[in-house]
Ligand binder design. Structure first.
Ligand code: FEO
Length: 394
């Protein structure tokens, strides 16, 4: 994409990755972008780079505005390689001796990715850097979502360069929130659920800190997706809401099935939930990517997990999903398990243990059915659905 001037002397110079469909296990059905920003001041400054394979596109974009050799400073808000992979090519063009600003942990982490490579200049939390007419200030945002993550704030322009925070994996021709409207919110929500959910308590603290600092915000520029300029408060408020994880009268029934028995159980549970006025959905783990399931779970009050027993254990997709969910630590949910089996029937017990370890409130012992559910078995699934409905907010 061609660079655009997002504010006087500040350009978005990143790239669109139209074709990425799997971002380390997260389904990116609509691609993504790797955003980078160029500030034209007495000290010309580049904020962040892009994935290694797009480095030449970034350099080309920069060259449309200025000769890359004229860049004085490079800032790395985050070490993950979708933002740092392009550094070797970019620094080669900019000049290997140019200062590379980053957080203190960024210095450590970049050094482990690119040993003894550049003139790293670690910044203090709250430190400033004058570019001439404007001043940048830096805020450590450790564990949002890496220990090196930081925000860069352009004081006079009232622009926050927020790294991964407030981003979305979305490739489109729109560059700003006002151009895409509400259609961006599902992408922002999915991004939050899969990248930031684990750090929800830190996000609430960070938002409190930023509110106390009373920073005026004309624009929030993340490293993925569109820029928030019409209403930056909208995405910040959404992060607060998502971080609180207040449960809704909603349930997600996530499962896999070998011969449709666990599937029939899932559908009976969903039917009972629906009859009790619960927003419920069955999600088959070979039809839905784990990242889509987690997005649905974000505001659900209940998670019901089903697996056949395979070789005395869980079906592999269910084990995969439980591992993924455990890492993201969703909170405030009731839960239950179900599954069909042939002879040994361990799956429900294993799932219950996992759900308890995740600190969910397991409100039903679970339903296990040998081979194919009969009328009585389906009735037991209805009862499980009804019990879950009782435990959800009205
Ligand atoms: Fe977009 Fe944590 O990298």
């Amino acid at each position: 994409m061609k660079p655009i001037e997002i504010a006087e002397g500040i350009y978005s110079v990143g790239v669109i990755d139209w074709n990425i469909r799997d971002f380390h296990g997260y389904s990116t059905y609509q691609g993504s972008t790797y955003n980078a920003y160029l500030i034209m001041d007495e000290k010309i400054t580049l904020i962040d780079t892009v994935k290694k394979e797009f480095a030449d596109d970034l350099i080309h974009n920069i060259s449309r505005i200025v000769d890359p050799k004229k860049i004085d400073y490079v800032i790395s808000n985050h070490t993950e390689m979708d933002h740092s992979g392009g550094l070797p090519r970019v620094m080669h063009r900019v000049g290997e001796d140019k200062p590379l600003y980053c957080s203190k942990v960024g210095h450590k982490n970049l050094s482990m990715h690119f040993p003894n490579r550049w003139d790293y200049r670690p910044l203090e939390d709250g430190g400033t850097l004058s570019l001439g007419k404007r001043t940048l200030t830096f805020m450590e945002t450790r564990m949002l979502h890496w220990p090196d993550s930081m925000f860069t704030y352009a004081i006079e322009d009232r622009i926050l360069f927020s790294s991964d925070a407030f981003g979305q994996h979305y490739a489109g021709l729109e560059r700003f929130d006002d151009q895409i409207g509400d259609a961006i919110m599902p992408h922002a929500r999915k991004y939050f659920a899969n990248i930031l959910l684990l750090y929800a308590p830190l996000i609430l603290k960070l938002v409190d800190k930023v509110t106390e600092m009373n920073l005026p915000l004309d624009m929030v520029c993340p490293d993925h997706g569109i820029i928030w300029r019409k209403d930056p408060g909208r995405i910040i408020n959404a992060y607060v809401e998502w971080s609180r994880q207040e449960p809704k009268r909603k349930a997600v029934v996530v499962y896999d099935s070998m011969w449709h028995s666990t599937e029939a159980m899932a559908e009976a549970i969903v039917e009972a939930l629906g009859q009790a006025g619960v927003d419920a959905k069955p999600m088959h783990l070979r039809k839905w990517n784990r990242s889509d399931v987690i997005t649905e779970i974000l505001d659900a009050g209940a998670i019901i997990v089903g697996s056949p027993t395979l070789n005395n254990g869980l079906f592999p997709t269910v084990a995969d999903f439980l591992t993924y969910m455990k890492g993201l630590k969703p909170k405030n949910k009731i839960a239950a398990a179900f599954g069909s089996y042939g002879w040994s029937g361990e799956s429900v017990k294993i799932i219950n243990k996992e759900l308890e370890e995740m600190k969910f409130d397991v409100v039903h012992p679970g339903v296990k059915i040998q081979y194919v559910p009969d009328e009585k078995g389906i009735e037991a699934c209805y009862e499980l659905g009804a019990r879950i409905a009782e435990g959800l907010p009205k």
